[in-house]
Design a protein around this ligand. Sequence first.
Ligand code: NAP
Length: 250
Amino acid sequence: MKSAALGRVALVSGGSRGIGRAISLQLAAEGADTVFVNYLQNDVEAEKTRELVEQHDCQAHLVRANLAYPNQIGQLFDQIEQTVDHLDVFIHCAALTSMKPTLALRPNQWDLTMNASTRSFLLCVKRCVPLMREGAIVALSSLGGGRVIPNYGAMGIAKAALESTVRYLAAELAPKGIRVNAISGGLIDTESIRNFPDSETLIEETVKRTPAGRIGQPEDIADIAMFLISSESRWICGQTLVADGGLSLS
Ligand SMILES: NC(=O)c1ccc[n+]([C@@H]2O[C@H](COP(=O)([O-])OP(=O)(O)OC[C@H]3O[C@@H](n4cnc5c(N)ncnc54)[C@H](OP(=O)(O)O)[C@@H]3O)[C@@H](O)[C@H]2O)c1
């Protein structure tokens, strides 16, 4: 496969840790010119990501912004526009939730999850469009968007809405040469899965139920993101690719 990222300018929301970091690094490794790494609050991990990206001779710009808030999304894009004149790639990894039974969700927890994870995607894409001559946009979803995972109600509902948002935006943006797709991951080995109650049991059970015999690694998802921004996937539009080692087959 040709390098999907060569010479490109990319924004990765939630790009400083976990899956987002793996994607930021893969973009850099495949020759991206510039990667904007958005994150929420963890400056130390963000700095680590910057160093790792720069080791690939790629410019890294860290942008701290809480995407739950439209004004901070505005500031993120103002900073991007002061630095570059276009964007080629936007990969949306930022997400935040409260792990609890759906019936126990408080309105502010519902709002935070929807705003940080899903509304943020729409608002970022609105600002991406004028910056993209042609481009590729990928949103990170999860199996919980289509199935029930205990304590994952808020995020699962937000991911279902995210996948639907991807379909609508894909239809509206395809005529402009901007492709929008999503990746639905099974359990991936990042810090966020430690937020599940009894996460060790969840991991053990998931490994047992996964035909491929393990949980995913962030790099498994990063490779798929590279495919979705590459010309090899040019005819894929508005789809959610499931990447779970076969977990959802049974
Ligand atoms: N891990 C899994 O099993 C799994 C499976 C399927 C899909 N996904 C999806 O993949 C994406 C990444 O998950 P992950 O496990 O890699 O997460 P993670 O390790 O917890 O990293 C989350 C990243 O998002 C940033 N972030 C969180 N809330 C934000 C906000 N409101 N505004 C801006 N940035 C924010 C964090 O910044 P700080 O470091 O500053 O907090 C960090 O960079 C999420 O959309 C998640 O739903 C994960």
